[in-house]
Design a protein around this ligand. Sequence first.
Ligand code: FUB
Ligand code: ZN
Length: 615
Amino acid sequence: MKINLLLAASCFLLFSGATNNRKPSVKMIDPVDFSHVKITDNFWGPRLKSHATTTLAVCIDQIENQTGRIQNFENAAKGEGKHSGIFYDDSDVYKALEGIAYTLKNNPDPELEKKADEWIDKFAAAQQPDGYINTFYTLTGLDKRWRNMDKHEMYCAGHMTEAAVAYYQATGKHKLLDVAIRMADHMINIFGPGKRDWVPGHEEIELALVKLYGVTKDERYLNFANWLLEERGHGHGTKGGEGDWNIAYYQDDKPVREMTDIAGHAVRAMYLYCGMADVAALKNDTGYISALNRLWDDVVLRNMYVTGGIGSSHHNEGFTEDYDLPNYDAYCETCASVGMVYWNSRMNQFTGDSKYVDVLERSMYNGALAGISLSGDRFFYVNPLASKGKHHRKAWYGTACCPSQISRFIPSIGNYIYGTSADAVWVNLYIGNTSEFNIGKTLVKLQQETDYPWNGTVKLTVQSPMKKEIRLRIPGWCKSYKITVNGVKKSTAIEKGYAVLQKKWKAGDEITLTMDMPVEVVAADPRVKEDVGKRAIQRGPLVYCAEQADNANDFDKLTLSAATRFTTDFNPSLLNGVMTIKAGADKEIMFIPYYSWDNRDAGEMKVWMDYNSAK
Ligand code: FUB
Ligand code: ZN
């Protein structure tokens, strides 16, 4: 049964590949890689362009000129000079390179590729003869390496590995892949069963090693990822290293398969869960999947904001108590929202349950998308749900994980639109595109046309004959919809949130999905103290907010009630084109999509509005 997310919202009252061919897989869906998907719509299309023209240029300039991140590699190659910045700064260079690789895959650009090759030459030169690569330790004392488990050596190696795989897949060039392999072999020589224990303070290497396994098919990398996961929760972190070790903060308080509640640092938790899901999928580890299911409930039902953001506390960049979801002080790191997309996509692949894509979509269109300005050159690290007007995006950060995260996320959003299983194409997200991919020997060619998220009409044209089910996700926010095939209304079975369409498809067959997209008034779970007596506004996948720029007077007094009526109006010249919502309350309130806030003059903002239930 489909549960109504809108009465709920997050912690709200919701409720509502690579496969191992030795055993039947626990994974039922393979994602369709973004390289098979050409995005053509008016919402994401311009964002992809601005990413390629602006965001990447900002990242390159910051990395090369405004900070010493490339200089660190040059110094490390020479073995002289200082390290500048923070010990994990290499990771931003790798993440930016990963974003470049994804961009090159769909938009070849010789200049950009030359820049990437230049960087890669510098990385390779900075690699030590034994395979180790990390500019911080190379420049501050290699004798100190592999002593402090929180010094992000494996985190940086993981991001380098992800970039290496992405660049190899985009260009066929394997220089960086060779660097990644040498670093992985270096780690495997030192750590592992019968060798040294190690608990990476910041997860990331696990999912990266699975990607490395994906391209090399060398099982040592998969097994090492699995071993690293199993290292957690046995006290190795407190025994083995120097420095403070807070077992819950690092997700080292219990063995991963026994985990029940999310705790500690939010981004670390997301990367951990992705690594667990990846290993589970290849090793058919149902114990990991059970743990992930428990953790998912804990995250989504008790610890997630209506924006799909997670990790409310500035103190630990993570979690405190259940239902502790402050608005002004919300942390909601951009990386954590992107992590929710990564994790929920994997969860959906185990079960074919659309509830995971509902969360993915919530985090993507709200928590993550707010992380970048409409101009593509400024970034939020922290994403509060209310502001007194002092919180603004910046061109870069000392810790620049969020800009570099966004720069690898945006060009790869095509990853989340389709999935495949032996008998079906799964349509997860509604984004205009043309796509071509295979299910076994069957060619699948599809065209999606839509103005989503502004309206809920989607036209899907089959462009090549095929005999596969088409499974259309009916989003959790959607209460009423209609499906036609070649103009004829269809009533279909709904399985785990997907409408199942079966037919021998011909080229030119047209499916239309028309989803009603009314304005919804959302209440939080009453245990969220900050939202008692408040309501938020959502339309389709978008959470809305009121900004002072549109509601100049008496911002503190804006109030909704049961009598409030809403009207919508698409304004093409506001905020690059947005559907605005006006609430005809005592005093009219204008709402804009949350992702678009702080793109005009500084002012107050809020998502959760006072609500007068007496009226
Ligand atoms: O520690 C590396 C990154 O910096 C984390 O993922 C972010 O939360 C920030 O602390
Ligand atoms: Zn971040």
